[in-house]
Design a binder for this molecule. Structure first.
Ligand code: SF4
Length: 439
């Protein structure tokens, strides 16, 4: 891992940048990747707005463009690079590139300020605004906004202490560091007062929250679920080892905890899981699923699966398909394996030929669609509670308690409320029904 001192704050050879406070009046932010990045992008917007800079309107060229990148896969790095190039072409003043792919993009852009993810990122970003661009705070803005979201992402933790052999995130964001309980609760209260109906507990590996201080995630979740005014709470993603009985008991005891668990499987083969250094076996994964089924009311499971990890045989891949069928995931995020520099898997023997990876991806996506259809159809003829997030041409859309997309005819005034919907139809994309009432 690079030390803090070796990380540049520019992507190219130094250029003379004079502070130009008066000329930066508008900004735009492009963000890629996970909920942690979404949260950080909202933080960046707050820092800019507290300096008197406003979001650029549609069609307006921003004076400052921030590209908050994702480095988790090579596809994400490629997309980050494209966004950066587009920003360079359009921004009339300055570009800041930030996030997990900064090191991948080194040397590929001119006159771009760089703030890589990692410990101290927030302080370094604000320092960059002040020292490189001369943008000093003018007013204090405590809360920030999540555009187009009735949900708010609550970042409780960053970094990861695990070392999955394919993952670049710990190399970029460092070891796990978390936020104290009181700080998280204060921010959550603010989101609830600001009108967010659902909070999503987010982090790089949320199960590590509190561990170094002798606390555990269930304590944080229990405290959040007690907050007055909170309607819905979800966990963004959990390592299977962290789905403990204590946590499940806390979730089971509150109607505000949504019965949907994102539990990354990555592979259904013990040999591949070992090579990935995931820290669980297929048996242990399935036991976690069974535990959740015992505690929660008809939980839905969503997951991530990597296809074509080095050494993955046809039997290993078939085992993954079998586990997926056994669990009945309602949503599978599929990723073709792509080596990330600096990770052990990047130099692992027995790479899977690209044509084989492509074919396995096709089969997995087909299965994912079948399983999603099956999971969704179980709700036909029943009612679901939907947090309405969008409305267009007479149709409202949002997510059910189990994070299934729902569409139904309704007035636009329902956006931001929780509506009861009677489900009539379902396919692999979601549920369709009619609005019954507010619950
Ligand atoms: S648990 Fe593994 S995959 Fe997830 S961030 Fe940590 S090292 Fe990466």
């Amino acid at each position: 891992m690079r030390s803090e001192r070796t990380i540049p704050n520019r992507l190219s050879a130094p250029v003379q940048l004079e502070p130009r406070e008066a000329t930066v009046g508008t900004y735009s932010i492009h963000v890629l990747g996970c909920k942690v990045n979404q949260y950080e992008a909202a933080q960046i917007a707050r820092w800019l707005e507290s300096r008197g800079i406003r979001p650029a309107r549609e069609g307006e060229t921003a004076d400052l463009v921030v590209v908050h990148t994702c480095g988790v896969t090579t596809a994400a790095v490629r997309e980050s690079r494209e966004l950066l190039r587009a920003a360079e072409r359009t921004a009339s003043q300055r570009v800041i590139v930030s996030g997990c792919a900064v090191e991948d993009l080194q040397g590929q852009a001119k006159e771009v300020l760089a703030v890589p993810s990692g410990p101290g990122w927030a302080a370094r970003f604000q320092e960059c605004l002040e020292q490189k661009l001369g943008l000093r705070p003018r007013r204090e803005l405590h809360l920030f906004r999540f555009p187009n979201h009735t949900r708010a992402f609550l970042k409780v933790q960053d970094g990861c202490d695990l070392r999955c052999t394919y993952c670049v995130v710990p190399l970029r964001r460092g070891r796990s560091h978390d936020r104290p309980l009181e700080e998280v609760l204060a921010e959550a209260r603010g989101w609830i007062q600001a009108g967010h109906r659902e909070l999503v507990v987010s982090g790089v590996n949320v199960g590590l929250w509190g561990r170094r201080r002798g606390h555990s995630l269930d304590e944080l979740v229990a405290a959040l679920l007690e907050l007055p005014g909170l309607e819905r709470l979800r966990l963004s993603s959990l390592h299977p080892r962290d789905l403990t009985d204590r946590l499940l008991e806390v979730l089971a005891n509150s109607p505000r905890a949504m019965p949907q668990i994102h539990l990354p499987l990555q592979s259904g083969s013990d040999a591949v899981l070992r090579a990935m250094r995931r820290g669980y076996t297929v048996q242990q994964y399935l036991e976690a699923v069974e535990r959740a089924r015992r505690w929660l009311n008809e939980p839905a499971f969503t997951t991530d699966i990597i296809v074509g990890f080095p050494g993955e045989t046809e039997e290993d891949f078939d085992a993954t398909l079998n586990v997926a069928r056994q669990v009945g995931f309602s949503r599978i995020h599929t990723f073709p394996f792509a080596p990330r520099p600096g990770t052990p898997a990047a130099t692992a023997p027995k790479p899977v030929p690209p044509a084989v990876v492509k074919e396995r991806m096709r089969r997995l996506k087909e299965l994912a669609a079948d399983l999603a259809r099956c999971a969704h159809q179980q709700w036909c003829g029943r009612s679901v509670c939907v947090l309405v997030e969008e409305w267009k041409d007479g149709t409202a859309g949002g997510y059910s308690e189990r994070y299934m997309p729902v569409r139904f005819a309704a007035p636009s005034s329902l956006v931001g409320t929780v509506a009861v919907v009677q489900v009539e139809l379902a396919d692999e994309r979601g549920l369709y029904g009619h609005w019954v009432c507010a619950p």
